[in-house]
Design a protein around this ligand. Structure first.
Ligand code: SF4
Ligand code: FES
Length: 239
């Protein structure tokens, strides 16, 4: 007999070692997340996946499922916290959706819609962020980076390289390209690398492909992030 825990009252089967978020995903239940991807080592940094496990707040992407656990996810309070976290991400970076190539395919924008975020709530930081257009095929726009580290993990775990890293702390935290010049063109990143395609926002873009899929025909123009996540991350583990 398979082991189960309950998620908002629904029994969720899981296998030994599986995290709450991956067991939920396999069972067809979406828990909002940004830094998590089932193909990569969990990082637990964005806190969007926070759930209450037996009365304690935990990150569903790092917390292992266990028999008999009672997990709450879609409560008004947790969704309000997730909305505030998303609003903080918007004001911390410079996310100007109407002028962004990634609009309609961006997970940050899509999770904002999913959570009913109608404004930024907080005062905008207008942090000065760099743009690196040095690479012939890949653009790095740090204005849109949310420090999810997916590019760091994808480069290391999938591409067998070490193209990206996070440097600095707090408001000075930033993504760096690992080359002597600090420029992307001097790394061994190739446009076919998984790291060049994993960014949930428009911070890493493949040049000359921005409007191949027109606005109006993009993933989140037709489906919610919950629907896309369950389709892609559950079936292919490569969305
Ligand atoms: S560039 Fe994209 S994938 Fe890399 S840390 Fe920033 S948001 Fe995440
Ligand atoms: S998805 Fe779990 S902390 Fe980011």
């Amino acid at each position: 007999m398979s082991k189960t825990f309950t998620l908002d009252g629904q029994p969720i089967p899981f296998s030994t070692g599986q995290t709450i978020i991956d067991a939920a995903l396999d069972a067809g239940v979406y828990i909002p997340h940004l830094c998590h991807h089932p193909d990569y080592t969990p990082h637990g940094s964005c806190k969007l996946c926070s759930v209450i496990v037996n009365g304690r707040v935990c990150s569903a992407c790092t917390f292992p499922a266990a028999e008999g656990q009672e997990v709450l996810s879609h409560t008004d309070e947790l969704n309000e916290d997730r909305r505030r976290i998303t609003q903080m991400l918007f004001v911390e970076g410079n996310h100007l959706c109407p002028g962004c190539e990634k609009s309609g395919d961006c997970k940050l924008q899509a999770v904002g819609y999913y959570l009913g975020m109608h404004d930024n709530h907080f005062v905008h930081f207008f942090s000065p962020r760099k743009l690196d257009a040095s690479h012939p095929d890949v653009l790095l726009d740090l204005n849109r980076c949310i420090f999810c580290t997916l590019c760091v993990r994808a480069s290391r775990e999938k591409d067998g390289k070490d193209v990206f890293a996070i440097s600095g702390r707090g408001i000075n935290k930033h993504l760096i390209a690992n080359s002597a010049s600090g420029l992307l063109k001097d790394t061994d990143l190739e446009a076919s690398d998984r790291a060049a395609h994993i960014c949930p926002t428009g911070a890493i873009l493949i040049k000359r492909t921005g409007y191949t899929t027109p606005i109006g025909a993009r993933d989140y123009d037709h489906q919610t992030i919950a629907e896309v996540s369950l389709e892609r991350e559950r079936e292919t583990h490569d969305g």
